[in-house]
Design a protein around this ligand. Structure first.
Ligand code: PLP
Length: 404
């Protein structure tokens, strides 16, 4: 008899961002005249780089010709794109071969699917962090029960990233199998130095643990900080790196990312990438050709220039939000290596209460810190992905409110 997996039935009903959207829409329905400024869900708002759009159009036109038509492509992505990405690593002084790169339709799926390859008992993650890691492990029943009082999963080893430790997670003090690291961190905007990151690599090597390093915001990293976990010694033996074009070149709708699995990464003597290839053959038919052509254009000289301008736009927004909030008297973090600004909630309110308060009083939408993990309670995330106009309006409203 078929039945539903208990782990699916027991998952908290709504995902964080669904709940943010639900409450926002309910408010808008009740107050159709209100001008609501959305700095909540981390989606980009600027158009795609022109060179990407042109490349996608051209690739689409090729599909209309007999010579240019492409059907199924390689599971791991076209060589032209993997080679271009390999060259990007090379320019940063790192050696990542094109056959260590796997193209995907964005990294959310891989961050959830890669653990399917392994038997493991304990998962450690930064707290707070991007909630997809917890959700996908919870779906597989890896996290025990959810403690509603603490807002925490019983079997997770939470690595608190809080003001007291400069938002730098401690290396696990017990033995764990799988470690999710996300730097620049979503939501705190914090970054690890190379020395801090090396401690995690050393831990993983000593404890036979695997690191999933999510570098979705790599393009925002200021130069003196590590752009890749492979800058750390030994990382190729214990870490998988995920990168996305979503917050980099605006591909949240177009969809494209990539995962690096080095040959040196072996578990039980087996190359992890061999298992991953086998899984791809069984479950995936490759990212679209036209998207991969768009991604290739992103790595061209002109593409890089356009992406740099996009990132500068969002970074300037982040700076304005940070400065504006500081002037208004808020305790503010992040916003330098990241499009996220992390604020301490000024009153004795839960982060969901503060969400409702800001929506109702100032018509500003942010994201409650508790949605990213138990240590996120008491904090609130604002994104820099809005338009400049909306960012300035939001700051003005917050400053006026603080004056009252
Ligand atoms: C840390 C992090 N990883 C991954 C993703 C998802 O990336 P993609 O659009 O490539 O699936 C996000 C999206 O917000 C994110 O914040």
């Amino acid at each position: 008899m078929i039945s539903c997996k208990k782990s699916y039935l027991n998952l908290p009903k709504k995902d964080l961002f669904e709940e943010v959207i639900r409450r926002t829409n309910a408010y808008k329905k009740a107050h159709p005249e209100a001008e609501v400024i959305k700095l909540g869900v981390g989606d980009v708002t600027r158009p795609l780089p022109l060179i990407v759009v042109e490349a996608v159009k051209k690739a689409m036109d090729e599909q209309a010709t007999e010579e240019g038509f492409k059907g199924y492509g390689p599971y791991e992505g076209y060589a032209f794109l993997r080679e271009a990405i390999s060259k990007e690593y090379e320019e940063k002084g790192l050696s990542v071969a094109s056959d260590e790169i796997f193209i995907n339709d964005g990294i959310k799926e891989d961050s959830g699917n890669i653990p399917e390859l392994f038997n493991y008992e304990t998962v450690a993650l930064c707290d707070p962090v991007y909630p997809a890691y917890v959700d996908c492990n919870a779906l597989e029943g890896k996290l025990g029960e959810f403690d509603f009082e603490k807002g925490a999963w019983k079997k997770v080893v939470y690595l608190p990233c809080i003001q007291e430790n400069g938002f730098v997670p401690p290396v696990p003090s017990s033995k764990v199998d799988l470690i999710y690291l996300c730097f620049p961190n979503n939501p705190t905007g914090a970054m690890l130095s190379k020395e801090e990151l090396q401690k995690f690599v050393d831990y993983a090597l000593e404890n036979d643990a695997l690191i999933l390093y999510d570098g979705a915001y790599e393009a925002y990293v200021e130069d003196e900080y590590p752009h890749s976990i492979y800058e750390c010694e030994g990382a190729k033996k214990c870490a998988i790196e995920l990168r996305s074009l979503s917050k980099d070149a605006g591909f949240t709708g177009l969809r494209l990312g990539y995962t690096v699995m080095p040959h040196e990464l072996k578990i039980d003597g087996v190359e992890v990438q061999a298992l991953w290839r086998r899984r791809l053959e069984a479950k995936y038919n490759g990212a679209p050709y036209i998207t991969q052509k768009g991604a290739l254009a992103r790595f061209s000289k002109e593409g890089k220039k356009e992406v740099k301008a996009l990132i500068s736009y969002y970074k300037e927004n982040a700076r304005l939000v940070s400065e504006g909030l500081k002037e208004a008297g808020f305790e503010v973090y992040g916003g330098v290596h990241s499009p996220y600004v992390w604020i301490r909630i000024p009153h004795e309110m839960t982060s969901w209460d503060f969400f409702d308060y800001l929506l109702n009083e100032l018509q500003i939408v942010g994201t409650p810190g508790s949605g990213f993990g138990p240590s996120g309670e008491g904090y609130f995330r604002l994104t820099a992905f809005g338009s400049r106009e909306n960012v300035l309006k939001a700051i003005k409203r917050l400053k006026e409110w603080k004056k009252k």
